[in-house]
Ligand binder design. Sequence first.
Ligand code: PMV
Length: 322
Amino acid sequence: MRATAKASANIAFIKYWGKRNADLRIPMNNSISMNLSNVYAQTSVEFNKNLTRDVVTIDGETLKDKENKRVIKHLDRVRKIAGNKLKAKVISNNNFPKGTGVASSASGFAALTCAVTKALELSLSEKELSILARLGSGSACRSIPDGFVEWKAGRTSKGSYAHSLYPPKYWDIRDIVVIVGEKEKKVSSTKGHSVSGSSLFFDTRLSKMREKVKEIKKAMKDRDFSKLGEIIEAEAINMHAVMMTSKPALFYWLPETVEIINSIIKWREQGLELYFTLDAGPNVHVICLGKNVARVKRYLSSVKGVKRIIVNKPSVGARLIG
Ligand code: PMV
């Protein structure tokens, strides 16, 4: 009763910010993302009759309190489906810093869902895995299918899941994650989602979502990179405007974040085609075409405050390994 799975983090082109149902993690709007080849979690699970309690270790640290409860709640969900009461040992490792806007909960809960269901000998469809992963962490449902992904918001738990729009090889797009801060964020995205509706701009944002999703899907279908980049960038600014104007106001950016954003705009004016997006953290995701990676990397290395960069191609979704 042992299994190991690997799942990538994903970057949202159209964001999930605000929930229709907080307990079930049903979002207010559809979102669109790309799985990232170089930021991932690898999770092993073992159910054993000699264990008297669940033990969860992430990046070498045994989890406590809230985080531990959240993982155990997820184990309970799967135990309930499988009709099994055995306790588990969970060991998970990320290859990137936790809680810095690189969506560690997405890769973590996607890998956990795959490993736990396999270890408990359940055979679930991709859709069922996506629904289950979503209950652990919303954006985790998008790390289950391959490549470029859409999460259909739905109105019920069964109707809220992600599916693949295109496989990873469809488009040679890169997401260069620029790490400027490695500290865990002060306000979790779970808390952020819950206050999103307090922003004056939230309803306006939502009213444009359907159209925006339609537009980005067309840009993806046409492989129109300029259109895609324009939508992605405006969407990230839109979400952060909601964050900054909610009560309490949430500022996830650092001075270095703004420095990089300004540099990207400058380089674009000089003829290098690149765009930015950000999740709930200070790190900037630079979106460009594969042919421009070397140049973008060179440019980025000249900006002060850049701690590290991680170049990602589009990736497959969660997989069992070993
Ligand atoms: O799944 P959560 O609760 O970590 O929320 C993710 C929220 C954003 O990363 C900011 C946007 C998104 O769609 O991934």
